[in-house]
Design a protein around this ligand. Structure first.
Ligand SMILES: *Cc1c(COP(=O)(O)O)cnc(C)c1O
Length: 478
């Protein structure tokens, strides 16, 4: 019971320890050592303000703890720890979407991580030609590698694929027309829409065909004096089925060539290898696209490629030269960390035998269902025990997605933990509550609620993270 009851409000407030007293107390020293006096002072002031307000609003409930120095010190320490927690945090991606844009897309392989650490902590030859001993160009560091892997004559790298498309249009089609099929005027999400990008780049969109059918003669009739280029856009995140017709690149390229116009292809995900060899759905590779007649191809670094966020433009040397010279290139260029990460990722493609094992994205996409099931069996007991009797946890087959617009209609068979609320009627709110507690764990767990169950797809829980997942399950119980 409150030992301070019966004391007047002012007397109570006078018992709140002073800022000076707390700051010089041994109780505060560990916090001062960890966070520095400035932050501790601010936290002490905020905590004491809170205590005084509490006492003023509910003096009868003010207990000895409200005034206790050790209690105040632990509140201060908690506040400081909370404020120091990084805002960019590692999470468990159990959504079932491997390349999840909201969760940062591709995870980098070890070789890329080491290269980034090196580039972060040492000077690098970013724009310095080591052979000539003079100024170099950052694009020259890895354009050879991109050309080798794609068959392109030249390449340049920018901040992301949206930037690659923007820059291509700005450099080659400003104040001119770009012909695109109405079936390819896509919105990728995050406000990337082909018509908008086109107008931002100062190019005029010339739509041809209809949503479901576009013919070669539609392109042909649209070509005129103002045409700068023909463009094809990969329908990354949707599929049109039924009565459809699109003009394939190998038919479009000769038409463009006959009129002296370039064809640009925005591949979106842009894989460098035929994924069918690992049982994944087929996607056109960058090399095939160039061989089929694309003068320029744009694609992302952090989708199927499995590297850092970047946009790659590969294709004809004269066109790449114009793109590199455009003033927007300077604004959209990548930093040294991106280049450092991208190079080792590209090098993995030079040894395709090891790719499945070493390229994290591919390893996750091709992870055998039996292996995922075995992982589910190892982690299931810990989750069931933590959740108690109010929830049932079962291992069930699930279908994961590649994500990031790659191959939207195909799904990968795997296993997941499926959590259902036993309470029946209030099951919806119980699941939402559980989902929230999972997000509040030290390493937040992100799952998905569907069909009255919380689904944790274990495809992306690799062996190295399993122990951590199991260990933190215990905190759910608390
Ligand atoms: C994903 C995608 C983009 C945007 O790429 P970012 O790397 O996210 O900027 C552009 N076009 C297509 C077809 C895409 O799939």
């Amino acid at each position: 019971m409150s030992e301070v009851s019966g004391i007047g409000l002012n007397a109570l407030l006078a018992r709140v320890p002073s800022v000076e007293r707390l700051m010089s107390s041994a109780l505060m020293q560990p916090s001062i050592d960890a966070y520095g006096r400035t932050q501790v002072l601010a936290a002490v002031r905020a905590t004491l303000d809170e205590r005084r307000k509490q006492i003023q609003s509910e003096p009868v409930r003010a207990s000895a703890a409200s005034l206790d120095e050790a209690d105040i010190a632990s509140d201060v320490a908690r506040m400081l720890a909370q404020r120091a927690q990084s805002h960019v945090r590692a999470v468990f991606n159990l959504t079932g979407t491997v390349l999840h844009t909201n969760l940062g897309r591709a995870l980098l392989p070890d070789a890329a991580v080491r290269a980034v650490v090196d580039a972060m902590t040492h000077p690098v030859n970013l724009e310095f030609d080591l052979e000539a001993g003079s100024r170099g160009d950052r694009d020259d560091l890895i354009d050879d590698l991109i050309c080798e892997l794609t068959g392109a004559e030249a390449a340049t790298i920018v901040n992301n694929n949206a930037a690659a498309v923007l820059l291509t249009l700005a450099a080659l089609a400003s104040r001119k027309e770009v012909i695109v099929s109405r079936g390819e005027l896509v919105e990728i999400g995050g406000a990337f829409r082909i018509p908008d990008i086109m107008s931002r780049a100062g190019a005029r969109l010339r739509e041809v065909g209809t949503t479901n059918r576009t013919h070669l003669k539609d392109y042909e009739e649209a070509i005129g004096a103002r045409t700068a280029m023909l463009m094809k856009v990969h329908c990354s995140n949707y599929a049109i089925n039924g009565f459809t017709k699109a003009v394939e690149l190998d038919a479009l390229a000769p038409l463009a060539r006959a009129h002296g116009l370039p064809v640009a292809v925005d591949l979106g995900s842009g894989t460098l290898v035929d994924l069918a060899q690992w049982g994944l759905p087929r996607e056109p590779t960058v090399r095939e696209t160039i061989a089929a007649g694309a003068d320029l191809v744009t694609f992302s670094g952090d989708k199927l490629l499995g590297g850092p966020q970047a946009g790659i433009i590969a294709g004809r040397k004269d066109l790449i030269a114009r793109i590199r010279k455009h003033p927007l290139k300077r604004a959209l260029r990548v930093g040294k960390l991106t280049l450092a990460a991208l190079e080792p990722v590209l090098r993995l493609y030079q040894a395709p035998e090891f790719l499945r094992e070493r390229l994290t994205t591919l390893r996750l996409l091709t992870r055998p269902a039996t292996e995922i099931r075995a992982a589910a069996e190892r982690v299931m007991p810990a989750l069931q025990q933590a959740l108690g009797e109010r929830y049932s946890v079962s291992i069930e087959p699930v279908f994961s997605q590649i994500g990031s617009g790659a191959l939207p209609v195909d799904q990968l068979p795997g296993y997941g933990l499926v959590v259902r609320s036993v309470s029946g009627k209030r099951s919806g709110s119980a699941l939402l509550k559980l989902e929230k507690s999972l997000r509040a764990l030290p390493r937040p767990v992100i799952g998905r609620i569907a069909d009255d169950a919380l689904r944790l797809d274990l495809r992306c829980l690799e062996a190295g993270d399993e122990a951590r997942f199991i260990a933190q399950c215990a905190e759910l119980r608390a």
